[in-house]
Design a protein around this ligand. Structure first.
Ligand code: ASP
Length: 304
């Protein structure tokens, strides 16, 4: 296949979990807002691809749209730690295995942009906490004002969590996978993690091979769901290895989720794009909104 014959494709997700979730006040239109947010993000990424932009630019831009949308657990509106603070995790990776990730990062509205900057630097793959914040400041990223990333919904969800029996609740994390017109792949994932997590907890989302993975010989993947379970099975990498042994993209995603279901108690979702522009979305969880654009055609929905 010549690089020129590639049809640019982007798929995004808005997190596997309960739609609506415990503590949501606006329950009636939550599902619609989830799908609408994914549509806007996919359309933004597709615009970049159509203008000849790279898969990396497209996934970063799509994720930024979702980080700005308080319907999602990323950027503004991310879920809160048990101390009532925001700590973001984010990862971006391209099909050449170039990657940048930040973990337990306080205080910035677009963690995915900081992860991207780290990827471009090429020195380190993963920075956490204050070291990641220092890198961001040195690179000219401006910190949000204290409390500016905390939404009323995130506060309501933490309060609902405190009232209920102890449990881990994930959901509304965001991600994107893209193939550009030159045949390049990229994937990105961004999250606030799980509600009421301990400060310093880092989930699957910024971990290469768990929260996202891309290899130009295989496909690009972004995952969401119960981070500790996704970490245990290396969900994105497990799906990629199935593509290597010949599975179709959809079957590879389903295999990885079946592995997670068999070996852990957690739920999860996954999206993927391969070098032919095939895309997939699958869940082992109550619900996951998604949207995709291929050949100018927008498709969207909420799984299952
Ligand atoms: N996977 C994320 C985490 O555990 C949460 C999510 O996907 O909603 O940090």
């Amino acid at each position: 296949m010549s690089a020129r014959s590639v049809e640019p494709t982007i798929v995004v997700h808005g997190g596997a979990g309960s739609w609506p979730a415990a503590g949501d006040v606006d329950v009636e239109d939550r599902r619609e807002r989830g799908v609408a947010g994914c549509q806007r993000a996919a359309a933004r990424g597709a615009e970049i691809l159509a203008a000849g932009g790279s898969a990396l630019d497209a996934v970063e831009a799509a994720v930024r749209v979702l980080e700005d949308d308080e319907a999602f657990n990323a950027g503004y509106g991310a879920v809160l730690t048990r101390d009532g603070t925001v700590e973001h995790d984010a990862l971006v990776v391209d099909g050449l295995l170039r990657a940048g990730a930040v973990g337990a990062l306080p205080g910035f509205a677009h963690p995915i942009a900081i992860a991207r900057r780290l990827l471009e630097h090429g020195e380190h793959v993963f920075l956490v906490g204050e070291g990641a914040a220092r890198f961001a400041r040195e690179e000219g990223f401006v910190e949000a004002a204290p409390g500016a990333l905390i939404s009323p919904r995130a506060q309501a969800r933490l309060a609902a969590m405190a009232r209920s029996a102890p449990r881990v609740e994930a959901g509304d994390t965001v991600g994107a996978c893209a193939l550009d017109g030159h045949g390049r792949l990229a994937a990105a994932t961004s999250t606030g993690g799980t509600i009421g997590k301990r400060s310093g907890r880092i989930g699957d989302s910024p971990i290469l091979g768990a929260g996202a993975f891309a290899d130009e010989r295989l496909a690009a993947f972004s995952t969401t769901g119960h981070g500790e379970s996704i970490l245990r099975v290396g969900l994105a990498r497990t799906a990629a290895e199935r593509v290597r042994v010949g599975d179709e993209l959809d079957a590879a995603c389903r295999f990885a989720l079946a592995e997670l279901a068999e070996r852990t108690a957690g739920g999860a979702g996954i999206i993927a794009v391969d070098p032919r522009g095939h895309f997939a979305h699958a869940i082992h969880a109550p619900a996951m909104p998604w949207a995709a654009v291929r050949g100018g055609r927008l498709e969207s929905g909420i799984d299952p």
